[in-house]
Design a protein around this ligand. Structure first.
Ligand code: ADP
Ligand code: MG
Length: 329
C-alpha cells in the first residue's frame, strides 16, 4: 500500500473520491476527461457493490453465504475476476489465495478479543483454504467447497484498475494517473516525460518516500504491512496471511512493489511475493523475470535488472542490490 506520486511543474486537475475503503484520486493532465471519469466511477462503484463483503446483498456476500450449498450465478466481470484470482493462485503455488477469508475472519476476531488463536482453530480452518475449493462452472456460476469463503482484497483494486484503463483508452485519455489508495495506474506519459512514482518509505510517515521509479503506461503496486496490520497483545501482525501456515506472514520483507502493464497481475503478485517471504520471493522473481522492488527490514532494496536504470533511491542508509546478485539457498 501507499505510494506517493511526485509531480514537477504543470498542475493536474485532481478529482478525489472515497471508495473501496480508501482514498481514490484521478489526476488528469488534459481537458475533456469528464465522460471518461464518469464511466470509470460508474464502473468502480458498480464493482464495489458487487464485491463488498459488508453489503449482504453483494454477489460475493451471497457466494460466501450460499455457495457452499448450491452454485451462485455471478456477473460476467465478477466471474472473470474470480477466474483470474484462481489462475494467480496456481501461478504462485498457492501463496496468492482468495480462499483465505476464513483465516482473515479468524484473525480479525482474535484482534477484537485481543487473544491469539489456538493452533487447533487454525488447523481446522486450513482445511478450507486453497483455490481448489473454488469450482468455476458454466454460465458464470461458482460453487464453493469445504466451507471455504473468498476475499478479493488482494486483487480487486488491480482488476478495477485494468477496467478503468480500458475505459480511458476508449475515451482517448493519453495522460493520467489513477491512485486507488496507493495502487498507482500511470496512463501514457506526462507530456514528453516519464511519470515519477514515489515508493513509500517502509518506516516513515505516509507520503514520505524511499525512492522514485520512472515509468510510462504501467501500474505500480505495493504490498506491505506498515499501514494495515493486526495488533494482538501488543504484537503487530501482517494483514497478509500465509495460506500454508494460516498465520500472518512474519518475515524480514517490509514491502514488495510489482511493476507491470497488467494491474491485476501486479496486485496479485505483490500480495503473493509478500506471502512467500524473502527467500521464496527472490527465487520466484529470478525464475519469472517480473519487475519488482523488495525492501527488507535489514535496510536493503532489491531491484530486478530491468528497474536498475529506472529507480532512484532517496535514502542513503539503504543498500540497493540487484536480484541477480543474490544467491538464495
Ligand atoms: P492492500 O489492501 O494493502 O493493497 P494487498 O493487495 O496486499 O493489500 O492484499 C491484502 C489483502 O488480501 C488482505 O487484507 C486480505 O483481505 C487478503 N489476503 C490476505 N492474505 C492473502 C493471501 N495470501 N492471498 C490473497 N489474498 C490475501
Ligand atoms: Mg494485492
Amino acid at each position: 500500500m501507499s505510494l506517493a506520486v511526485s509531480f514537477a511543474a504543470n498542475k493536474p486537475i485532481v478529482k478525489s473520491f472515497w471508495a473501496l475503503g480508501t482514498d481514490i484520486k484521478f489526476k488528469f493532465y488534459e481537458q475533456g476527461f469528464e465522460s471518461a471519469l464518469e464511466k470509470a466511477l460508474k464502473y468502480l462503484f458498480w464493482a464495489e457493490s458487487k464485491m463488498s463483503v459488508f453489503n449482504p446483498k453483494s454477489e460475493i456476500a451471497k457466494l460466501n453465504k450460499f455457495g457452499l450449498y448450491f452454485p451462485i450465478k455471478l456477473s460476467p466481470d465478477i466471474y472473470q475476476l474470480i477466474e483470474m484470482a484462481v489462475e494467480h493462485s496456481k501461478m504462485t503455488d498457492g501463496y496468492f489465495d482468495i480462499a483465505v477469508k476464513n483465516l482473515v475472519d479468524l484473525w480479525n476476531n482474535c484482534r477484537h478479543k485481543n487473544q491469539m488463536p489456538d493452533k487447533y482453530q487454525i488447523e481446522k480452518i486450513l482445511f478450507s483454504v486453497g483455490s481448489e475449493n473454488i469450482r468455476l462452472l458454466s454460465n458464470y456460476r461458482v460453487r464453493l467447497k469445504n466451507a471455504t469463503k473468498i476475499d478479493l482484497g488482494g486483487i480487486a483494486k488491480g482488476f478495477i484498475a485494468d477496467k478503468i484503463k480500458e475505459i480511458f483508452y476508449h475515451h482517448g485519455i493519453n495522460s493520467a494517473i489513477v491512485d486507488l489508495g496507493g495502487h498507482i495506474l500511470a496512463i501514457g506519459k506526462k507530456g514528453e516525460s516519464l511519470w515519477k512514482v514515489g515508493i513509500q518509505h517502509p518506516s516513515k510517515n505516509r507520503g514520505e518516500i524511499i525512492g522514485i521509479i520512472e515509468v510510462s503506461d504501467t501500474s505500480v503496486v505495493t504490498s506491505a504491512s506498515y499501514e494495515r496490520y493486526y495488533n494482538i497483545q501488543g504484537k503487530k501482525l501482517s494483514h497478509i496471511i500465509s495460506p500454508k501456515t494460516g498465520y500472518p506472514v512474519e518475515d524480514f520483507i517490509s514491502s514488495v512493489t510489482v511493476i507491470s502493464s497488467n494491474s491485476t497481475f501486479a496486485d496479485a503478485m505483490s500480495t503473493a511475493l509478500f506471502a512467500m517471504g524473502f527467500k521464496k520471493a527472490i527465487n520466484y522473481i529470478q525464475k519469472t523475470r517480473l519487475d519488482a522492488i523488495v525492501i527488507t527490514t535489514t535496510r536493503e532494496i532489491y531491484l530486478t535488472p530491468n528497474l536498475k536504470e529506472k529507480f532512484i533511491c532517496t535514502d542513503d542508509s539503504y543498500r540497493v542490490i540487484s536480484t541477480n546478485e543474490v544467491i538464495v539457498l
